[in-house]
Write a protein that binds this ligand. Sequence first.
Ligand code: GDP
Length: 456
Amino acid sequence: MVLAQLGGSISRALQQMSNATIIDEKVLSDCLNEISRALLQADVQFEMVRDMQSNIERIVNFDDLADGHDKRRIIQQAIFNELCKMLDPGEPSFTPKKGKTSVIMFVGLQGSGKTTTCTKYAYYHQNKGWKPALVCADTFRAGAFDQLKQNATKAKIPFYGSYTESDPVKIAAEGVERFKNENCDLIIVDTSGSHKQEAALFEEMRQVSEATKPDLVIFVMDGSIGQAAFDQAQAFKQSVAVGAVIVTKMDGHAKGGGDLCAVAATKSPVIFIGTGEHMDEFEVFDVKPFVSRLLGMGDWSGFMDNIHEDVPTDQQPELLQKPAEDTFTPRLMYEQFQNILKMSPLDQVLSTLPGFSAELMPRGHEKESQAKIKHEKESQAKIKRYMTIMDSMTNAELDSTNPKLMNEARIRQIARDSGQHVRDVMDMFEEYNRLAKIWSTMKRLEINAQQLSKFH
Ligand code: GDP
């Protein structure tokens, strides 16, 4: 996805800083200028970038740092924290609970990806065992109901709408009532995204909201508008109680970074991002893991350091050459897991291993704490569970470059054969898909090639 370019630029700046023999003010300033340039290119607001730069310069005060300090790590940590700050709205979002009915109303301009996102949101939760339902309260746009119906049918999600009724408030209320009676726990109301006049659109949103009493209003916005997202998000917030935001089309536009920061500045939490047109191209958005991954894609340096210390020399080339040579298959993921389990201490390696998802990654600053130890054990257990599942896959499946195509019956069979839950098998494939995407991004960035040259 395009955000990888931003991550790649920031990582390269960090890498250059790491490669410097002496870390001084000049090296830091060059690194920060590079990062600022990358952020401005992603359309992050100038003032935000300037504040980030001066905050880091204040935190990393060379006069206060004794010679023994690991300046590189202190700078990396400061940059990580400042990037997180830019994306953190400081406001948590309402979280619906499985088994307890929640009404979620979607608002946003026509073309933003709202209808597609309603289905993605329903599908995501359905896969996690929820009972979602979709209500089409967009009577303005011809074809809106057909589109929702088509998406819902494909995802096997119940839906409600009307070809003849023109009152969106009536449809919304009826749909919500019906699905409450059917004990659905996630009732999603798709609203209109355009009107003859803006005031009429906002008035309709208010009326639908009043009739359905949503637990959460999600504002869907197109990620290509960059910092202009601030004004758009504010306008919607002023008209209806927006509790969370989903930014779409993050796969297609370089302004995605600016968009995310602008939304955070309105104090609305971004909860998911859309990364493609397909139903499953939808990712949970969580600031810290997101920044880790953004930087982690190129952050081979910490990883290499740990490998150097923790992995016997004869295993290093095997592990390190893989990204350059292979298409990412389940077998390759299996081999990576085997290598990870051989390493010690596990947390050191995992916390810097590029591309590993937040769930598998224990967090660095909780070191020594009970939570950290528990998390570490859970991470190991998860890796072992995934390996057990893969043990029940055929050779052809392990070597496939598109295991996404595996059908439901086969997934159930693998779950039965491996003695695991279907949900775990699906989680394993989700993890595989995430890693495969990152793998191909890393190849494109050719970071591995640069780093490998150090070992030859
Ligand atoms: P609505 O008018 O806001 O309901 O928007 P639609 O759901 O009809 O989406 C408008 C277009 O954007 C469609 O062609 C979608 O396939 C596309 N779209 C939606 N989300 C994404 C996304 O995350 N990435 C990409 N590339 N396209 C998307």
